[in-house]
Write a protein that binds this ligand. Structure first.
Ligand code: PLP
Length: 394
């Protein structure tokens, strides 16, 4: 492979905007640029695009268009779901989430703790999955809300969302005050078929830039009848739940990107899975003392999280970058702290420091994987040569 070529293996951080999506968005910048709330032709045309996007996304999620609310990103969808539902209940109560959530959820719950709510953070097993049994045990008479992610952003592990929703249905049947259930499906959207009826959740968040749409646009699905309040105030956009002039080009692009992702879901899954397995097999065969974090089977196909013992993940990222390869350390390693996800999974702190996340997209190729495998062992070896512990073992 030509060394000027770049290999992008950070698709869980964000994705390339697809050419079909750019084409879909173009008219809403330059021709149909009206404010969707305006009464004139330009506004009406923009409103048509908004309605069409809402209807398309609703169909793809098996929801009704009135249950789809456009937001500014996945983080905003998560925050609106959590704070919007919790504050609408009108009283303080108990909340349930997990220790492996994205910070958009985790920090929201930590903030609610400061406001006087009690939160149970469920522990995951070694693969990163929490259990429906533990969830049921955590439910209390004063529980009002729960949020459990669908696919973990660092290790890809799937949480038992459908099982928990089914358990909650039974629990709620015998209660006066319903426990509302939200899932952060940001890393699952476009990789796993999402059907809100089958899943049984009350609220679900997705983010366009994770599946080929631009950054800065998201969706919150809110089941009809859920008690929720706005968290920002202004115009009556999005049925008053999320004021602010809608980003019509990005919303149209997100609907197109979601449609493309869902239409090609099986084909992309097969391709991405084969690349991930090829990289995993190559790493395990060529490099000693590595650990794969997460289960692999009960997970989205596009994430491979590997701990390289005796090195810092960040140092390896720099070396990879010098060879044109983009990967990531997951989330929190930038601060020098081991990731909260790997810590919760009881990954040894030293191994957690050496963790790197490779995340695939459908345009990655086997040639790119072969290229990574041709340069990675030597990089790891050179970094390990600086570790006294590693040298002592040799
Ligand atoms: N939730 C999960 C699981 C994520 O992976 C991310 C982004 O990485 C977010 C929420 C936040 O989404 P956004 O970047 O659109 O704010």
């Amino acid at each position: 492979m030509n060394n000027n070529k770049r290999v992008y293996l950070d698709n869980s951080a964000t994705t390339q905007v697809l050419p079909e999506v750019v084409k879909e968005m173009q008219p809403y910048f330059s021709e149909i640029y009206g404010n969707a709330s305006s009464l004139h032709y330009f506004g009406r045309e923009a409103k048509k695009a908004l309605d069409a996007a809402r209807a398309k996304i609703a169909t793809l999620l098996n929801a009704a268009p009135e249950e789809i609310f456009f937001t500014g990103c996945g983080t905003e969808s998560d925050n609106l779901a959590i704070f919007g539902v919790v504050s609408a209940q009108g009283k303080k109560g108990h909340l349930i989430t997990t220790k492996v959530e994205h910070h958009a959820v985790l920090y929201s719950f930590q903030h609610l703790e400061k406001l006087g709510y009690e939160v149970t953070y469920l522990d995951p097993d070694k693969s990163g999955a929490v259990s429906a049994e533990d969830f049921k045990k955590a439910v209390r008479d004063d529980t009002i809300f729960a949020s459990i992610m669908y696919a973990n952003n660092e290790v890809g592990t799937l949480e038992p969302v459908e099982e928990i929703a089914a358990a909650l249905k039974e629990i709620n049947a015998g209660r006066k005050n319903k426990i509302y259930f939200h899932t952060d499906a940001v890393q699952a959207a476009g990789k796993i078929k999402l059907d809100v009826q089958k899943l049984g959740v009350d609220l679900l968040s997705i983010s366009g830039h994770k599946f080929g749409a631009p950054k800065g646009v998201g969706v919150l699905y809110v089941r009809k009848g859920v008690k929720i309040e706005p968290m920002t105030f202004g115009g009556g956009h999005e049925n008053g739940l999320r004021p602010g002039t809608e980003n019509v080009p990005s919303i149209a692009g997100m609907a197109k990107a979601f449609e493309l992702a869902v239409d090609n879901i099986e084909q992309h899954h097969k391709h991405i899975l084969s690349l991930r397995e090829s990289l995993k097999k190559g790493i395990v065969e060529k490099i000693p003392e590595v650990v794969i974090n997460g289960s692999g089977n009960n997970a989205v196909a596009n994430i491979l999280n590997v701990s390289f013992h005796y090195i810092e993940g960040e140092a390896l990222l720099l070396k990879l970058d010098m060879k044109g390869i983009a990967a990531s350390t997951g989330s929190a390693c930038a601060t020098g702290e081991p990731s909260h996800v790997l810590s919760a999974m009881c990954v040894d702190p030293v191994a957690a420091q050496g963790a790197v996340r490779f995340s695939f997209g459908h345009s990655n190729t086997q040639e790119e994987v072969d290229y990574v495998l041709s340069v990675l062992p030597e990089m790891v070896e050179s970094l390990r040569a600086m570790s006294p512990v590693w040298r002592g073992k040799k």
